[in-house]
Design a protein. Structure first.
Length: 581
């Protein structure tokens, strides 16, 4: 085997790994973050979790990606550790799909229809379709499908290149001697684990083993322990991902390792014990790509069936290895832990988490406003301190969300994702301003209390009406993060603006009749202006959200809504509900 064969081998390996990465990324983007949401929400029992883990991994072609996702879910508090066990088990089964696809490359027949089952026969057609979708379609989903097809073609071309490069090894005695050495179960497991740990993909390492099998020099006795080791080696990705995560996330990575270690020890112990009495003749036969796929699947399905009833035991073992500390017991979960850095490799899902974080921030600002409004009726320094603390919390949220979004922006985003990111960035700034306005209202009440003054009962009731309208306007805006119903926000905006104008007129009238002082009027005007600014920010956020996903980022047109009967009906009902006393 010459140096050129080695160069071809490594070139084929590079193409194989790149094709797998491209195909996986395309599948992930095509799912639009739905797979992560499914894992997040639909793992109520262990059997469902196994099926979901299996299905998601089969789609994205990577058990490592699934387990890293799970580590991120556990670290951010989205998923309890108990639910992670089933997904990890299912991921091990789902990853065997790749081996079955690659095994089709070994199909040989003179029958044209059977030949078409060989990926090397139809992958050129997929490449043509894929490149046409990428070059000529403007639809991002079509481009994602194109990347999937191109990725699959490159993967198969890399597999074919590797197979051709290693073919001369069949006549090299040294290669055969090395393979005989790996027939030792311990060495075979270590070799498989080391290879998979280096390339961080069990699917890829199994593919490399299948390529070597095409030389006819790899016996099943050699391949078996290597496959077991490959399942252990794939745990390295989750372990690396758990570095810097909380202890519960480390336990999730630990469960993944325990599952594969225990499974390998049990499977090999039983297999070789039975072999002493039965003597499996197939161990001395040359392995085939299809045979590798059978062993890979049999191992993972068998181990899952054996360990599934002991899922709680695995969880307890993880707690024994990574003990609960006193600090962990007293640890208060951070509300924005959902912005986990592990999700950054899945930009669509990271954006979804940013949207959830934005709603959390918005609700904190709304709570701050409600506390500030309560100071109009009766000033309290304790409540004032809470408003200031809440304002600091919102500032921290804005900083965290914006930094996370800026990190996402460095990823390869499509037009829709870029648009969503811009909306969330602008919204975070406007939400922070709403919190500032709540603080302004609280300070105005403090200044009034410092002068030993208070509003008349009539003014208090008017401000309460305005506060109720603004409060519901904020709620309508928050709802737009999930349901883009802009007309509610715009109807509230019109009502809040009209209430502010009416309150100003009433204040001027009271001044004329000496029922109010100028100083009192300045404070009242300051509070009303703060409410108007809050309404302005809500309408801006609503405008951005209503345009999310479009090519232009602009404020929603308010004028055309006024012509709609449902809008007019909503506006009239709100105007009646929020009439000044």
């Amino acid at each position: 085997m010459s140096i050129f064969n080695f160069l071809t081998l490594f070139g084929g390996l590079a193409l194989f790994l790149y094709g797998m990465e491209l195909m996986g990324a395309g599948l992930e983007r095509a799912s639009g973050g739905k797979l992560e949401k499914i894992l997040e929400n639909l793992t109520s029992n262990i059997f469902k979790a196994v099926l979901l883990g299996m299905g998601v991994t089969a789609v994205i072609q990577s058990s490592s990606a699934t387990t890293v996702m799970v580590v991120g879910f556990v670290n951010s508090g989205i998923m309890p550790l108990s639910r992670a066990v089933g997904i990890i088990m299912g991921a091990n089964i789902g990853t065997t799909v790749t081996a079955w696809i690659l095994s089709l490359a070994g199909i040989e027949s003179s029958n044209m229809f059977i030949q078409l089952l060989n990926p090397n026969s139809f992958s050129p057609i997929l490449a043509v379709i894929g490149i046409c979708l990428i070059m000529f379609s403007k639809n991002e989903k079509h481009k994602d499908i194109g990347n999937i097809l191109i990725g699959f073609t490159i993967l198969m071309f890399g597999m074919d290149t590797m197979s051709g490069a290693v073919e001369p090894l069949a006549d090299v005695p040294a290669f055969t001697n090395i393979l005989i050495m790996f027939s030792n179960p311990v060495l075979g497991v270590l070799a498989g684990a080391a290879l998979t740990a280096i390339i961080q993909s069990s699917s890829a390492s199994v593919g490399i083993l299948q390529a070597l099998c095409m030389t006819g020099s790899v016996k099943y006795g050699t391949a078996l322990p290597i496959i077991m080791g490959q399942n252990i080696g794939t745990c390295i990705t989750a372990i690396l991902s758990s570095i810097g995560a909380n202890r519960n996330a480390k336990r999730a990575a630990c469960i993944h390792l325990l599952f594969n270690l225990i499974g390998t020890v049990l499977f090999l112990s039983v297999f070789y014990t039975v072999n002493l009495f039965v003597d499996f003749a197939f161990l001395d036969q040359s392995a085939t790509p299809a045979g590798i796929a059978v062993i890979h699947t049999t191992f993972n399905v068998t181990v899952t069936l054996i360990l599934l009833p002991f899922n709680k035991v695995l969880e307890k073992l993880a707690y024994v290895i990574i003990r609960v500390t006193d600090e962990e017991k007293n640890e208060t979960p951070k509300r924005l832990d959902i912005l986990d850095e592990r999700f950054l490799e899945m930009p669509n899902y990271a954006l979804e988490q940013s949207k959830v974080a934005s709603v959390t921030m918005f609700r904190e600002a709304k709570e701050s406003l409600e506390m500030a409004a309560s100071l109009v009726a009766e000033y309290s320094q304790e409540v004032m301190n809470k408003v200031r603390k809440s304002e600091d919390t919102v500032d921290g949220y804005e900083d965290q969300i914006c930094k996370y979004l800026l990190t996402i922006s460095r990823k390869n985003l499509d037009e829709r994702e870029s648009q969503t990111l811009s909306v969330l960035l602008y919204s975070a700034t406007d939400i922070e301003t709403i919190s500032d306005m709540a603080c302004n209202i609280a300070l105005a009440c403090k200044n009034l209390a410092a002068k030993d003054s208070e509003f008349s009962n009539k003014a208090k009731k008017e401000l309460q009406v305005e506060q109720d309208a603004v409060d519901n306007m904020i709620e309508a805006t928050i709802n737009m993060f999930e349901e883009r119903r802009a007309q509610d926000v715009y109807a509230y905006y019109r009502v809040v603006s009209e209430l502010a104008a009416e309150m100003q007129e009433r204040h001027v009238e009271r001044l004329r009749h000496n029922e109010c002082t100028v100083d009192m009027g300045i404070v009242l005007t300051d509070i009303i202006s703060s409410y108007e600014r809050i309404a302005d920010k809500c309408i801006k956020i609503a405008g951005y959200l209503s345009q999310m996903g479009s090519k232009e980022l602009e404020i929603h047109d308010h004028e055309h809504l006024q012509e709609r009967s449902d809008y007019q009906e909503l506006y009239r009902s709100l105007r009646e509900r929020y009439a000044l006393p």
